[in-house]
Design a protein around this ligand. Structure first.
Ligand code: HSE
Length: 314
């Protein structure tokens, strides 16, 4: 049986979970793709740190060394920020190595340029994990809603923000306590400002815009407000009227004009996002043929993200 060779970029919460899952699901992969799956190298930042990686796998902080491994088939990328990942992925794609990435910031900045590199190298670029974690929204939009005209998407795209607001409301804790709990659970970004200032949801919304419109609006024209500063008192005030505050990202297309925004929004009972709580993300889509659809599930966390990455890989 031949082997698919994977190089893994990043060994944090997501990277290590991808690694573990590949090691423990070999027979499943063999059944699905008829080939063995082997991780041949891992790119890490700090070589001094101990990691549970099997002997025989190259562990290096040098991308040059990693990319020199002969016959890599697929790169799985799970590192933070647009750089240095963008340079690595362009190199890989141009070389014909397929890429699966979870990196929303990188895709929001470089999505179309990466697609060009993928075309040049006749490689594939997959990014289900970059939007809404384990919820298969990218595949649904790319494959299952192509004929529909999509005029409205209303979504919760940041699990950390939804978790924090839910924690405050349910357990009557402070914003800071809820944030610390999200960090402990591995939901928050390395810099939680990305979550609570709305950047993470903004990047994901730009990726959706690329898919829905083939382009993004001027970033400065998109209102972006995170949940930083929302207090227990705000939540209680809204709750007393029977509403809830949700971290909403929305896309509306009216008479050919798109309006995108990211903001905390009070929603009444019965709204499609009202019941979406904890780390869950949800994407409510209106397609002119399909009608109203809602996809919901865990939007952050090691295993749901690894799930989306590995489904893409297969
Ligand atoms: N920090 C992100 C979130 C991780 O909370 O949604 C998944 O992209």
């Amino acid at each position: 049986m031949t082997t698919v060779k994977i190089a893994l970029l990043g060994f944090g919460t997501v990277g290590s979970s991808v690694y573990q899952t590949i090691q423990t699901r070999q027979s499943k992969f063999e059944r699905l793709i008829g080939r063995k799956v082997e991780i041949v190298g891992v790119l890490i930042q700090n070589e001094a740190k101990h990691r549970d990686i099997a002997e025989g796998i190259l562990v290096t902080s040098s991308f040059e060394e990693l990319i020199s491994i002969p016959e890599i088939d697929v790169i799985i990328e799970a590192i933070n920020g647009a750089e240095p990942g963008a340079g690595y992925l362009h190199r890989a794609l141009e070389k014909g190595i397929h890429v699966v990435t979870a990196n929303k910031e990188l895709l929001a900045n470089q999505g179309n340029a990466l697609r060009e590199s993928a075309d040049n190298g006749k490689a594939r670029l997959k990014f289900e994990a970059a939007v809404a974690g384990g919820v298969p929204v990218i595949g649904t939009l790319q494959q299952l809603l192509q004929v529909n005209d999509i005029s409205n998407v209303e979504a919760i795209l940041n699990g950390t923000s939804n978790y924090i607001l839910t924690e405050i409301a349910t357990n009557r804790v402070s914003f800071q306590e809820a944030l610390q709990s999200a960090q402990k659970l591995g939901y928050a970004e390395a810099d939680p400002g990305n979550d609570i200032d709305g950047w993470d949801a903004f990047y994901k919304l730009m990726i959706l815009s690329d898919l829905l419109l083939g382009q993004q609006p001027e970033w400065t024209q998109v209102a972006r407000r995170g949940i930083r500063g929302i207090t227990l008192a705000d939540i209680l005030a809204v709750e007393s009227a029977g509403w809830r505050i949700k971290p909403v990202a929305s896309f509306r297309l009216k008479e050919g004009k798109a309006r995108l925004l990211v903001e905390p929004m009070a929603v009444p009972a019965g709204h499609p996002l009202y019941e979406v709580s904890g780390v869950d993300n949800a994407v409510f889509i209106h397609g002119d043929l399909a009608g109203n659809l809602k996809l919901q599930g865990p939007g952050a966390g090691a295993l749901p993200t690894a799930s989306a990455i590995l489904e893409d890989f297969v």
